[in-house]
Design a binder for this molecule. Structure first.
Ligand code: EPU
Length: 333
């Protein structure tokens, strides 16, 4: 466990927003394992419960300095991955993409469609990340977390996690759970998941080919992190009822096919924002990515308030043009 004070968070959020944390604690697997681990008891936490768990910071927008304690999971690569009863487990602070790469390489199949997702394994669970036909909820078996209120570790089954679209129970208890270890189901045989139509036309005969195709596809639509900060998809795709869907479809026959679920029709936020003319626009030091209207990016030195101002302007415009309220996928702090 490492304690730091007055730390710039610029390197700890993928938007690259320069705010400070009053205190930061960097934790490692060994802090929670073994006999009488130092983490137990929680004396290292903020006495008022102002704790913020940060993974790779790929889904957060900081609008001000953080006054409590930022808990950062050190990025341990392979050291915590192993196999147990048809499950692979990984340390919550491991990069999700390293885990996927490792799984593909060693023949643990089922995660390959989640290739190139930024962020940590723990964050993938909290956000129920999803891409190209697979969501975290489809592959997570159970999660071991440290409860920072009760000061003990506990295990959550897939059902306990209450997954829904880009959401989980953990997201509703910010600062309470530190996701230490995630167990994923895998298949020993590779069956390509082609539910995302564009994949059919791309190489996918092996899991490695699928991973490479998906990685290339993602990077066509997202800014390079070393060039421009962003948080990936900024908004969730909105769910609407049949009446709204039919109204918009009648007005815009070119709208992409909506995904019908039990909760309604999931429209494409990127298409709505694009249709409203936002692609490539900037407001202050925040831009709408020219290759994907769902992505807001830092044109250089932007603040969290500028990101929020851009997001608010887009939300208001989409409301007035389509009568739909977009909600951010990114967490605003
Ligand atoms: N579209 C446009 N203009 C745009 C962006 C999209 O017309 O500027 C259209 C596309 O042509 C397509 C439709 O909108 O017909 C949907 O676009 P896409 O397939 O790229 O997927 P998405 O709905 O924009 C979602 C996830 C992504 C995930 C992809 C692929 C959300 C909020 N986003 O994006 O996840 O990678 O599907 O499965 O659910 C993320 O959450 O950070 C993320 C990148």
């Amino acid at each position: 466990m490492k304690f730091l004070e007055n730390v710039s968070l610029k390197e700890y959020n993928t938007f690259g927003i320069d705010v400070k944390a009053r205190r930061m604690v960097v934790v490692e697997p060994r802090d929670f394992l073994g006999f009488a681990p130092p983490a137990v008891g929680g004396q290292w936490l903020d006495p008022q419960g102002k704790n913020l768990v940060l993974g790779a910071g790929s889904d957060v927008v900081f609008t001000r300095d953080y006054e409590g304690i930022v808990v950062l999971l050190a990025n341990f690569h392979y050291s915590f991955s192993y196999m147990e009863q048809s499950l692979i487990s990984a340390w919550g602070g491991m990069s999700m993409d390293s885990l996927v790469r490792w799984a593909v390489e060693y023949g643990f199949y089922g995660l390959e469609n989640l290739s190139a997702i930024p962020g940590t394994v723990g964050a993938a669970v909290v956000q129920n990340v999803g891409a190209y036909g697979v969501e975290a909820k489809d592959v997570v078996e159970r999660v071991v977390a440290y409860d920072m209120e009760q000061h003990r570790t506990c295990t959550f089954s897939n059902a306990d996690c209450q997954f829904s679209y880009r959401d989980s129970m953990f997201k509703h208890h910010p600062g309470r759970y530190l996701l230490l270890r995630v167990f994923f189901r895998f298949s020993p045989t590779y069956t390509p998941n082609l539910s995302y139509k564009a994949l059919e036309a791309l190489p996918h005969d092996t899991a490695k080919e699928m991973r490479d195709s998906i990685t290339a596809l993602r990077w066509q639509k997202l800014p390079r992190p070393e060039e421009h900060g962003s948080a990936g998809s900024f908004f969730k795709n909105p769910m609407v009822d049949e009446t709204i869907y039919n109204r918009i479809k009648a007005e815009y026959p070119d709208m992409p096919e909506a995904h019908k679920t039990a909760d309604g029709y999931k429209l494409s936020a990127g298409w709505l924002i694009d249709k409203a003319g936002w692609k490539g626009k900037t407001l202050g030091r925040v831009g709408v990515w020219p290759q994907n209207a769902l992505v807001l990016y830092n044109t250089g030195g932007c603040t969290g308030s500028e990101v929020v101002a851009m997001a608010d302007a887009i939300v208001a415009d989409i409301e007035s043009k389509f009568g739909i309220t977009l909600t951010p996928e990114a967490i605003i702090i």
